[in-house]
Design a protein around this ligand. Structure first.
Ligand code: F1P
Length: 597
């Protein structure tokens, strides 16, 4: 595909789906280089301008900061009338998991101040989606609206924050549309990371509007301060489309800021100014810098995790409190992003569901994916743990270090492949004897401040720092496993309409063929056939993604079928010759190049 065609094709993609030039060669990087690449990509979250797109609003741009002030005022109003009001955060996948985490922390803070807990979360697919990938409900706008309606029953004022990093999820579009139709009760906020004109304009099944329509209606209402669109551009993700990374981090930074600002205005009579919003964002930037200043340890952890995955062994995150949630969030996204097995990277949390305090309570009866406590880990995983499995502890000086030590001691009887990310404070460091239990320790010592309520902000910073590290570790490990080609998630699971479109985009990107040709190859790979029957071609995307959910190597198969002009069985044979997907794709793309040469 010539360069001109390729760049025109790139131009047509929204920022969140674009290929980031910084990480183009991440698949050939070793772990230390990978850390530098990810560091540069994450830096774009805070940059005032990105060279090639100087016109987009950034996180630090005045209109974005002003919208944050406006939304924080909304938070303040809700807090001032807690009986009648509700703040709802909603999203799909990582966006929903971040919503859950923020709501949990904010409600706990309100509770500690003897205030009513007026925050609620919604995640597409319900609480099981907090731990596992449930991509299909993301496509259902009616379900989104229905869930919102139910949560808000009886409330007079609702501040609704719908998060969709790619400004694409029909579930969130349905909720925003519902709010726009009931502006007497709802003040809707859309949080995403594309300019409005790049919001998804593909028709939503059984629906009269698409995401872009809703985003435009929101923009129109913003003039009257009846709705708000918060959509700074962060630059493309390090792995194209992987919005769990920068998108998830920015979601956390922005929403924590507005919630806390609203809280301080309401209970401390603090005046909300753009300057204080900017200062909070700058504090997050410091977290980013401090975290990446530990690049050697981070690279060592990527290397270890990569080795485990290469050996078909596992990576286990054992986290305490909210760091446990950060671990589970990171692990759950590896399935759709890299076609990983749920067992490849798994997260556990101290005290399991009683620590999670999710709405639907203990879900452990739903199956092995829902076994999440440290005790469960000891009972079910430890007996068969191998030296090749990597264990990563995630804790802080505020956690029960005796418990940390006991668990580490117990595991050390079986393996020394034990590592840690540990946060402490200048005046309260983690004792050396605790750190010595681990082979690699990424120990970050943060400045200590005695200010009241600083503990929440400190905790939020530790969470962000841990998120950046785990995103780097799981991404890096899958790159080392060969699940990434250039910076594309070549083996993604095609489980909803966004991922279906992304799969077609990836095929177009590498083959230069038309959308129709690529879609046809994708369908042949999904239905494992060379002859698409009428009922297959006429079926809707929901049916395709339902079938694709049960298939392996769908996109690589389609790619080989197109590139080698071969039938399904031949493509499978080609892939079977390679244990690493990237090598198979590489060989296929290169063989065509050399025949042409
Ligand atoms: C939501 C989401 C992502 C996930 C996957 C499917 O995206 O569930 O979190 O990684 O790509 O979509 P968005 O609506 O926040 O863009």
């Amino acid at each position: 595909m010539d360069h001109l065609k390729q760049s025109c094709y790139e131009l047509s993609l929204p920022v969140t789906e674009k290929c980031n030039p910084i990480s183009r060669d991440i698949d050939r990087a070793h772990s230390k280089q990978m850390v530098q690449i990810l560091k540069q990509c994450d830096a774009e979250i805070f940059e005032k301008k990105i060279n090639h797109d100087p016109f987009y609003q950034r996180l630090h741009s005045s209109p974005v900061i002003q919208t944050m002030v406006d939304v924080a005022k909304g938070v303040e109003m809700m807090l001032r009338d807690p009986e009648e009001s509700l703040i709802v955060l909603s999203g799909c996948g990582t966006s929903g998991r971040i919503a859950f985490l923020l709501v949990k922390s904010f409600n706990e803070m309100l509770n500690a101040q003897r205030q009513k807990q007026i925050c609620s979360y919604i995640i597409a697919g319900g609480d099981r989606a907090l731990l596992t990938s449930q991509e299909a409900p993301e496509d259902d706008p009616v379900l989104g609206a229905r869930m919102l309606d139910k949560v808000c029953a009886g409330k007079k004022y609702v501040l609704f924050i719908g998060i969709s990093c790619g400004m694409s999820a029909p579930f969130v579009a349905g909720q925003l549309d519902f709010c726009l139709n009931h502006l007497d009760v709802f003040t809707p906020v859309l949080l995403g990371f594309n300019p409005v004109h790049m919001a998804r304009s593909e028709l939503i099944q059984d629906c009269s509007f698409h995401f872009k329509d809703v985003a435009e209606r929101m923009t129109a209402e913003q003039r009257h301060k009846r709705a708000f669109v918060l959509n700074p551009v962060l630059g493309a993700e390090a792995i194209s489309g992987s919005s769990r990374m920068k998108g998830g981090s920015a979601t956390k930074i922005i929403l924590e800021t507005v919630l806390l600002a609203g809280y301080e205005a309401s209970f401390r009579d603090k005046i909300m100014t753009p300057e204080c919003m900017s200062a909070w964002i700058t504090a997050s930037e410091m977290v980013y810098e401090t975290t990446y200043s530990h690049s050697d340890e981070l690279a060592a952890l990527i290397q270890k995790a990569g080795e485990s995955l290469q050996m078909k062994a596992h990576v286990y995150y054992l986290g305490w409190q909210t760091l446990g949630i950060i671990g589970m969030t990171d692990a759950s996204e590896c399935i759709p992003t890299y076609g990983a097995d749920f067992g490849d990277i798994r997260g556990f949390i101290n005290n399991g569901f009683s620590e999670m305090k999710n709405k639907e309570g203990d879900l452990s009866s739903l199956g092995p994916e829902f076994i999440i406590g440290h005790k469960d880990f000891v009972d079910t995983i430890l007996p068969s743990l191998s030296q090749n499995d990597m264990i990563l502890f995630l804790f802080t000086v505020n956690d029960d270090l005796h418990e940390v030590t006991m668990l580490a001691n117990q595991l050390r009887q079986r393996t020394f492949n034990l590592h840690a990310i540990a946060h402490d404070l200048e005046k309260f460091t983690i004792p050396e004897r605790v750190c010595n239990m681990f082979e690699t320790v990424l120990n970050i010592t943060w400045p200590f401040s005695s200010e009241k309520d600083n503990s929440l902000v400190t905790r939020q910073h530790w969470e962000l720092s841990t998120k950046l590290c785990l995103n780097a570790i799981s991404t890096g490990a899958h790159v080392l496993k060969g699940k990434v080609y250039m910076n594309y998630m070549i083996d993604l699971r095609v489980t909803n309409s966004k991922l279906y479109r992304r799969a077609i985009n990836i095929l177009q990107r590498f083959t230069g063929c038309s959308k129709t040709e690529c879609e046809s190859a994708l369908l042949r790979a999904i239905y494992s056939t060379d002859d698409l029957a009428e009922d297959m071609t006429s079926a809707d995307v929901r049916k395709h993604t339902d079938v694709a959910n049960r298939r392996e190597r769908v996109v690589p198969t389609a790619l080989v079928m197109i590139q080698c002009s071969c039938i399904y069985a031949e493509a499978q044979r080609h892939l079977d010759c390679y244990s690493v997907i990237r090598d198979a794709v590489n060989a296929c793309l290169n063989s065509i190049k050399s025949t042409v040469d």
